[in-house]
Design a protein around this ligand. Structure first.
Ligand SMILES: Nc1ncnc2c1ncn2[C@@H]1O[C@H](COP(=O)(O)OP(=O)(O)OP(=O)(O)O)[C@@H](O)[C@H]1O
Ligand SMILES: [Mg+2]
Length: 233
């Protein structure tokens, strides 16, 4: 369970300051599929980075399973992030010197998992995103959509309880986009929590719950069209 309490994030100071996130209060239950939708510049990536502990609120609190994450020291927070969160970045953040396979395997390597099991799972995930043919390619030898898919496989590598995905289908055609959504849905079915950022309303409707961000504020929260995890009409 992720709780945001009156979270704001302001970049810069004085006249040049940007209020990227303003006083957002929301909770994301464990096992939910939540989508965040909004125009370009509305604050979606900022909000996801805050949830993912990569950025710090200017004011307000963020709790992950009851723990206020910015009360932890840097090391504790890094460990928590590695254990609990899989991140698909808007601009992939793949390591340029590693191959696709090595990028996917990296989270497991950082956590000291066995080489054999790591390699097996990395191959399996590359296969699921349709990239086993590109395993030995480095990021500069791949297309944007291929890098995107490697980033998604990497986020799933540790089977984390929370998956945060920033425009994960942004560079993909609709067929591969559907595969990605199915992968994320599969994670939700396996009781993982998924937060998906998109500017695409149709895609946002795939979520159980849609949070609409306008100019840094949480403007609306509504049920998606494919509500699967809630009961009743
Ligand atoms: N490091 C930064 N310094 C200053 N301003 C920033 C910084 N990062 C983001 N911003 C500003 O904060 C606002 C929100 O940015 P953010 O990246 O969260 O938007 P977004 O909704 O993800 O947009 P997009 O759909 O284009 O990815 C924008 O006005 C942006 O210019
Ligand atoms: Mg963004």
């Amino acid at each position: 369970m992720i709780c945001l309490e009156n979270v704001s994030r302001t970049y810069g100071e004085g006249a040049a300051s940007v209020h990227a996130i303003r006083d957002v209060t929301a909770s994301i239950e464990a096992g939910a599929f939540v989508t965040i939708v909004g125009a370009s510049g509305s604050g979606k990536s900022t909000l996801l980075n805050l949830i993912g502990t990569l950025d710090r609120p200017t004011s307000g609190r963020i709790l992950l399973d009851g723990v206020e994450i910015f009360n932890l020291n840097d090391r504790e927070r890094t460990l928590l992030r590695r254990e609990k969160i899989g991140f698909v970045f808007q601009f992939f953040n793949l390591l340029p010197t590693l191959t696709a396979l090595e990028n996917v395997a990296l989270p497991a390597k950082l956590m000291g998992k066995s080489a054999k099991e790591t390699s097996r799972r990395a191959w399996e995930l590359l296969d699921r995103v349709g990239l086993s043919q590109r395993a030995e390619h480095k990021p500069d030898q791949m297309s944007g959509g291929e890098m995107q898919r490697v980033a998604i496989a990497r986020a799933l590598m540790m089977d984390p309880p929370v998956i945060l995905a920033d425009e994960p289908t942004g560079n993909l055609d609709s067929a591969i986009g559907r595969v990605i959504i199915e992968l994320l849905r599969g994670a939700v079915d396996a009781k993982r929590t998924v937060v998906l950022v998109t500017h695409d309303l149709k895609l946002a409707e795939q979520g159980d719950r849609i949070l609409t961000i306008e100019d840094g504020r949480l403007a609306r929260q509504e049920a998606g069209k494919n509500r699967s995890s809630e009961v009743g009409p």
